[in-house]
Design a protein around this ligand. Structure first.
Ligand code: GAP
Length: 457
């Protein structure tokens, strides 16, 4: 796709993005008719498409393109001992303080940072100046009960990460498939955390989705494999999802930031409107998880390596991406307002990679009469099998293009009177707004070609 001109501003303010997401059907506040829950969000008709497309791109990259990575879909509710073994019952907590006056709740580390930033040293509530409680640890796991009787035996947690579903199934996968070390198990699914401070739209929510992969390796090889996965994961965001590389960076965890299971950890960070923050975590987890599960369940978690004729508990490299957070980054990075030459008109456009655009091709008849509408409908129906399509015959053609730009549709096909004569249509590219005349029969190939050669502005 050729590069466009008149580019004057990239990236969205959070307010503009939230407003576009709601008005165009990407993301709505959850249960909004009852006043909503700031901690959760609902994905509308376009939101589910982009989320699914990102998930598909991840699955293709991680599972389909590797003959040594297999998939899994474990249950959200797991045996509670899982979370004792994983360390989440003891360690997965945030330091919390309450205001005795206004009852607001704060993370102590956030409060400390706020005080440092504003150069103040009082220990009072930043909202009302009230007295604060002592710091206490607040576990982020949601607890619920399984079955009709509420007793200690019925306690279960909603999983705070998908990873443990993979660890508890490690032996099942080894025994039921032909995987050999090094190999990976990949999973996409919901995770739940009772975050004290949610916010920044879908950046931090209590219910979210993760795309995680655990890569099991021989002890001693983990540092090399860790570097390989770091590179592969960063490349994926740029090449497959179309995120601008200059908005991404690595950030290594210092000793105090390391999670209880990690030997080394790097985040892939994105430069959000509120600063550099995590998008994905890449962790070297050693044999911590499998060894802990072995201790807690009493079952052997070792692997017999036929190549070296040795038995050991594998080490693990984890790549842990937020699916819902990737949706936010994709939308934010794609949002663009540009002034069109000479007209004073501002075009809002989402420069989404065609791989993840919720609608890939829109088909328009220039006018509704003289058979153009029926012809356009037939073309659109013919493309449905291969692409997410949209048919629109309402309003001026320019307005129809603008509506498609706003939701990131990379290709528009217009049927006009020439189509009736020689079976050609115009193909319009979203980013450059260039138009080409191509044959009806060549539409699908042109879209595929443009998608393969797509380069982000
Ligand atoms: N298994 C390792 C693990 O869960 P993490 O760094 O806690 O690591 C991985 O989480 C990714 O999950 C994050 O990089 C982020 O994209 C996403 N994530 C974590 N907490 C989230 C939340 N409350 N809301 C949205 N996404 C979240």
């Amino acid at each position: 796709m050729a590069k466009g001109e008149n580019v004057n501003q990239h990236g969205a303010s959070m307010e503009k993005l939230v407003s576009l997401c709601k008005s165009r059907g990407f993301i709505y506040p959850s249960s909004e008719i009852y006043g909503g829950l700031s901690a959760t969000w609902d994905y509308g008709p376009l939101g589910v498409e982009i989320k699914q497309n990102i998930q598909d791109a991840w699955w293709k990259e991680m599972v389909r393109r590797h003959d040594n990575i297999v998939g899994l879909d474990a249950a959200i509710m797991m045996h509670p001992r899982t979370w004792e073994a994983s360390g989440h019952v003891d360690n997965f907590s945030d330091p919390l303080v309450d205001c005795k006056k206004c009852k607001n709740r704060f993370r102590e580390d956030t409060l400390r940072k706020m005080r440092l930033d504003k150069d103040i040293d009082d220990a009072l509530c930043p909202e009302c100046g009230g007295e604060l409680t002592e710091v206490r640890q607040f576990n982020l796991m949601f607890a619920t009960q399984l079955g009709p009787v509420k007793d200690a035996g019925s306690l279960v947690y909603l999983r705070p990460e998908t990873a443990q579903g993979i660890f508890v199934n490690f032996k099942n996968v080894v025994n039921s498939s032909r995987v050999k070390i090094p190999f990976g198990i990949a999973q996409v699914g919901k995770a739940f955390r009772n975050e004290i401070t949610t916010g920044n739209f879908i950046f931090r929510t209590c219910e979210f989705e993760q795309m995680e992969m655990q890569y099991f390796v021989r002890p001693g090889s983990e540092d090399l494999v860790f570097e390989e996965w770091k590179t592969k994961r960063m490349d994926w965001y740029v090449d497959s999802i179309g995120i601008r590389s200059e908005r991404l960076r690595f950030n290594e965890h210092g000793p105090k930031e390391l999670a209880h299971y990690a030997k080394t950890a790097f985040d892939i960070e994105y430069n959000y409107p509120f600063g550099w923050q995590e998008l994905e975590g890449i962790h070297s987890r050693t044999d911590y998880d499998l060894r802990r599960h072995e201790q807690f369940c009493g079952k052997d978690m070792s692997y017999l390596d036929a190549e070296t004729n040795s038995r050991y508990i594998p080490y693990v490299i984890e790549t842990s991406s937020g699916l819902t957070r990737s949706v936010l980054v994709a939308l934010m990075d794609a949002y663009h307002e540009e002034k069109l030459d000479g007209k004073g008109e501002v075009r809002t456009v989402l420069h989404l990679h065609p791989n993840i655009a919720p609608v890939k091709v829109a088909v328009f008849p220039l006018v509704k009469k003289d058979g153009l509408s029926e012809m356009a409908r037939r073309i659109e129906e013919g493309l449905r099998e291969d692409f997410a399509t949209f048919f629109d015959q309402r309003g001026a053609i320019g307005r129809r293009y603008r509506r498609m730009d706003e939701i990131g549709t990379p290709f528009c096909v217009t049927v006009d009177y020439e189509t009736m004569d020689n079976r050609t249509v115009t193909l319009r590219l979203r980013d450059s707004m260039e138009q080409f005349r191509i044959s009806v029969e060549g539409i699908a190939d042109s879209i595929r070609r443009e998608t393969l050669s797509y380069r982000r502005l």
